[in-house]
Write a protein that binds this ligand. Structure first.
Ligand SMILES: Cc1ncc(COP(=O)(O)O)c(C=O)c1O
Length: 375
């Protein structure tokens, strides 16, 4: 069966909203059924469920070329970043957090929450649809504890020059956290190549699964020095020690985990990630170049205003167009059977491996019909 045929939504609609939520595959639907079957048949198969959680850890490990001990399985990016933030010390001279202006709110809000603990947050402003790397250079100094980078901006699709920013940060002795939520599942990511200290992301979007599962990568050398205060019994060295008199964190990145894992979401995540792996990230990246190239070309030929960078090196899957009535445009497209979404005044068009050039033609035809809503 072709990959597209595994997503029943394409029988009736053109789905172009993977930046918000990946389309539902028969595989993920089946995974939920299997979860219920296991529960029904086996009662409370916690050994199996804990093993599924470890399989999710392995899957995340493989996705970013980490080691299993470097990955914490979390329920959201916000939860992972909160646990990380709680482990950082802002009481000394090095108390500055540099946050880019393309950050997802949940992430930036966690950093601002650290102001009560002594942190000073500095933002790196955008210049139009990109954040020039020099602006990071202006913001990062010897007092910077951590630089928080957004791999791909959820609002306009802009891609950060991660290696250059990491180098700037490390030169000044700062740590780097990369939010790769909008990047995971669209191209290969390697934490060792990127030299990031922390990386986070979840499964809801291009990893083709559902809400409630994310992860935090923590570079192994840093783990023994970091003691999260946002935690739970699954963060303990021995989960079943049931010790109410002490906190004994796991020696691995599991110390950043929390309470009972979200088992149903783990089943779904394993199915979604398996689909991605069955195609391969290099192939997905090449496919997205073709599809987004056609979207940009079609939009520009008709004079629509592109918000995403035109340069394919500065975006991946998410293409955005300026609209002066974006909510209405999303609604009109939905009535036409084309599913998109919006942020700010931007129409977000986010294809994935399941889209084809016929989808692009249909989108461009529909946009042409509603051109009065575009800028
Ligand atoms: C870049 C980015 N980070 C984080 C999130 C969400 O994180 P959480 O798992 O905390 O909801 C999103 C969701 O849209 C996102 O686009």
């Amino acid at each position: 069966m072709s990959i597209r045929n595994r997503f029943p939504i394409f029988k009736k609609q053109v789905y172009l909203n993977s930046c918000s939520q990946g389309a539902l595959s028969i595989d993920v639907k089946e995974a939920y059924k299997t979860y219920l079957k296991d529960w029904d048949k086996k009662g409370s198969p916690w050994e199996l469920w804990v093993e599924r959680g470890e399989a999710a850890r392995q899957a995340f490990t493989g996705l970013v070329n980490a080691e299993p001990n470097e990955v914490a399985v979390c329920t959201s990016v916000s939860a992972g970043v909160s646990a990380l933030a709680s482990a950082l010390d802002f009481s000394g001279e090095r108390n500055k957090i540099v946050v880019d202006d393309f950050s997802f709110p949940g992430v930036a809000q966690v950093w601002h929450a650290q102001e009560r603990r002594g942190a000073r947050v500095t933002h790196v402003p955008a210049a139009g649809n990109i954040i020039p790397t020099e602006r990071f250079a202006d913001a990062i100094d010897e007092r910077t504890k951590l630089v928080s980078i957004t791999h791909i901006c959820y609002r306009n699709g802009s891609r950060a020059d991660v290696p250059a920013i990491v180098e700037l940060a490390h030169q000044k002795g700062a740590l780097v956290m990369l939010d790769s939520y909008q990047a995971l599942g669209t191209f290969p990511i390697d934490v060792k190549d990127l030299k990031v200290d922390f990386l986070t992301g979840g499964v809801l979007k291009y990893l083709l699964a559902s809400a409630g599962l994310a992860f935090l990568y923590v570079r192994k050398e840093l783990i023994p020095k970091l003691y999260p205060t946002t935690l739970g019994w699954f963060s303990q060295e021995n989960i079943f020690a049931m010790d109410i008199y002490a906190n004994a964190p796991s020696p691995t990145a599991r110390r950043f985990e929390s309470g009972t894992p979200p088992i149903p979401n783990i089943y779904a995540a394993l199915a979604g990630i398996k689909l991605i792996q069955s195609v391969g990230l290099l192939k997905i990246e090449a496919h997205l170049q073709d599809i987004t190239g056609a979207i940009k070309e079609g939009a520009m030929r008709r004079g629509f205003s592109l918000v995403s960078p035109v340069d394919p090196a500065r975006h991946v899957a998410l293409i955005t167009l300026r609209s002066h009535k974006v909510d209405m445009l999303v609604k009109r497209l939905e009535e036409d059977g084309v599913i998109t979404s919006s942020r700010d005044d931007n129409l977000r068009i986010s294809p994935h491996i399941y889209n084809n050039l016929a989808d692009v033609n249909r989108l461009i035809d529909c946009l042409t019909q509603h051109r009065e809503l575009l800028v």
